[in-house]
Every structure is written in C-alpha cells, then in structure tokens.
Design a protein around this ligand. Sequence first.
Ligand SMILES: Nc1ncnc2c1ncn2[C@@H]1O[C@H](COP(=O)(O)OP(=O)(O)OP(=O)(O)O)[C@@H](O)[C@H]1O
Length: 363
Amino acid sequence: MAAVRSEQPAVVVQGVDMDFGTGAMAVKGASFALEPGRFLTILGPSGSGKTTLLRMIAGFQAPTRGEILIGGRPADAVAPHRRSIGMVFQKLALFPHMTVNANVAFPLKMRRHDPRTIPARVARYLDLVRLGGYGNRRIHELSGGQQQRVAIARALVFEPDLLLLDEPLAALDRKLREEMQLEFRRIQKELGVTTINVTHDQREALVVSDEIIVMDHGEIQQHTSPVDMYRSPANPFVASFIGVSSFLEGLSSPRGLMVNGVDCAGVAAGAILPGMPARGAIRAEQTRIGAAAEACDTVLEGRITDTIFEGERLMYFVDLPALGTGVRIYHHDPAEHAPFEKGATVSTGWNARDLLIFPAKDR
Ligand SMILES: Nc1ncnc2c1ncn2[C@@H]1O[C@H](COP(=O)(O)OP(=O)(O)OP(=O)(O)O)[C@@H](O)[C@H]1O
C-alpha cells in the first residue's frame, strides 16, 4: 500500500472550475499533476485565478466542478488542522509578541508532538533558515526578511507533505526578494518538499521553479519547465508575459511572416498554413541593432524613437517604416559601445529562429 502511494503524484487537479457567480469564472477547466518533490510556480497577471486555484488546493474552498487529490485523497477529505500542508502568505500572521522559538514551536504543539522533542526540532529548522541564535528574539525585533524566514520555518517545522506559498516575497524590497528566492530554492531542494508557489513575478518563477504554469483569465495557458516556457511559449500571451516581446501582424508565408509586403524570416510556433493571418513574437534580447544586425536573416532599416537606460542594459524603441510598426531591443553592455542617439537610423535585424509565428486567433 505504501509503495503504491509513493508512486502517486503529490497533487492532481482534474477539470477544476470555480464560479463565484460574478459572470466570468475565476478558474476554468484547470488540470495538472505534480510529482513529489517538485517546485511548481503558478504565474499570471492580477485576477487570473492563481490564488483561487491555490485556495482550492489548500482545501479552503471547494471547486464548483472537478476534483483535487492531495497524496491520492480528496483535498477536503481531511479536517483542516490535520492536513499535512505548510503555508506562507504575503501577510505572515506570525504572533508578534511571542518569541521566534514560540512561533516556530506552535504548529508542533497544535499537532501534539512530544514536548521533549520540540526544542531540538525548532532549533534545527531555525538553522535551516539561517536564524540559529535568534530563537529568543520577539518577532517585532526582526527585519522583514528575518520575519519571512520565521514564517518559512514555521510552515516547514512539522514536515508537511506539501508547501503552499502565496506571494510570500511580494512585500520585500527587490534585493531582499532576490536573495529570498535563492533561499527558497535552497531550502526546498534540501528538504525535497513538494511546493506550489503563486506569483506575478516572472523572474521569480524562472529562478525558483522546476515547472511553471502560466494562467490568464482563469485558464492554464501553458505548463512546462522554465527553459521551455522561455524558449517555446505556447501562445502570444505567454510570449508577452515571460520576458519582453514585440509583436508583428501579417500573413504567414513559406519564409515566415509577410508584414506590409515584406517577407520576414521566422518559424511557425503553432499549427499554421501559408496565407493565414498570423502574429509574430520577437524578444527584445534577440533583436539586433547596428553592426550586429547586418548578418541576421532579416535586416531592415530602423529609426530610434526612444532610449531607456536600465543600468546593465539599454532598451531601444525602434520604428521600422518598411513594416509600419516598431520593436523594442535590449542592448547589453552599454559601457562597451557608444549608444545610438534618438533619431538615428540603424540597421535592425533578427534570425529566423527568433521570430515565433502564431495563428492570429491565439491570444
Ligand atoms: N470570493 C470571491 N467572490 C467573488 N469573486 C472572487 C472571489 N475571489 C476571487 N474572485 C474573482 O476571481 C478572479 C480571480 O481572482 P484571484 O484572486 O484568484 O486572482 P489572482 O490571479 O490570485 O490575482 P492577484 O495576483 O491580484 O492576487 C478575480 O476576477 C476575482 O475578482
């Protein structure tokens, strides 16, 4: 019996809808399975249904339709306080006037662990989140990042089968958030706990996850690895949400995409026949400018309409009169190259493999 259970996915979501009766469904036909030990991030814009899906997995809300299994059992079959699920949310709900030790010990006391084993277990988990020695501090005596780590220790200390994270890093400043993303990854790998994380931060999703689900308007758009999500977006929505892409509208052609009478080199990214209305997506970092553009499969004359200095890179907005539209281009290493001035005429280009062509009906 135990052997059979260990081969089951940790989480199964099957045909799940959530209809709050407001007109648009919050979640529509969601289906996926997650294997034990994996780190999944659910990524999407505000209102896309991420939190609703996570709340159903936590068993806080029953789906209108469909089924959710945790370790092979329906999510709501187990009473909430008996579920083996650790959670960290943006609002931490730590007990502010209690010590760090007392906060982390709380779930163990609730679960009636032997009191003699609790201090050692608490100390082990504080070490794991690099807060060894902080046990006697009170929560309000800690920085935001330290409080976040107490919340992680408290969510993990009872060794749950599943860890659910709902934007736990959203309130932190950028530097601390990026540090904590790496911490999350380290701790999750060390413990091997199956984790589902919700965020609208695409960088976080790429950095921490084994797999990513992108949602829009309550529907799963794509479920794959970070590298595959970046390289092979399923539709223009995913291409625009992960990274910065420019879009070209036209008709598909044997070479790629006919835009305003110009045949642009590209590759089909969906089921598409020549002559069909199509939309090309090209990433800012794969579009070339100046001398680097000259050797590309498609080279066009462009005019710089705006430049934004972003520190480690420049973003150029370049108008392409031949296509009747413009593209955005990242230029890295700006200290190495003389930047192009606004109004300058520049060669602009890309290689065929970098212009992804989707049927125009895809969002
Ligand atoms: N209790 C509720 N009653 C009615 N509608 C709700 C309820 N909870 C969520 N919704 C609606 O369901 C949709 C999805 O909301 P949800 O909170 O899941 O989105 P989200 O992707 O987590 O967004 P955010 O990133 O802003 O938190 C939204 O349109 C929201 O207004």
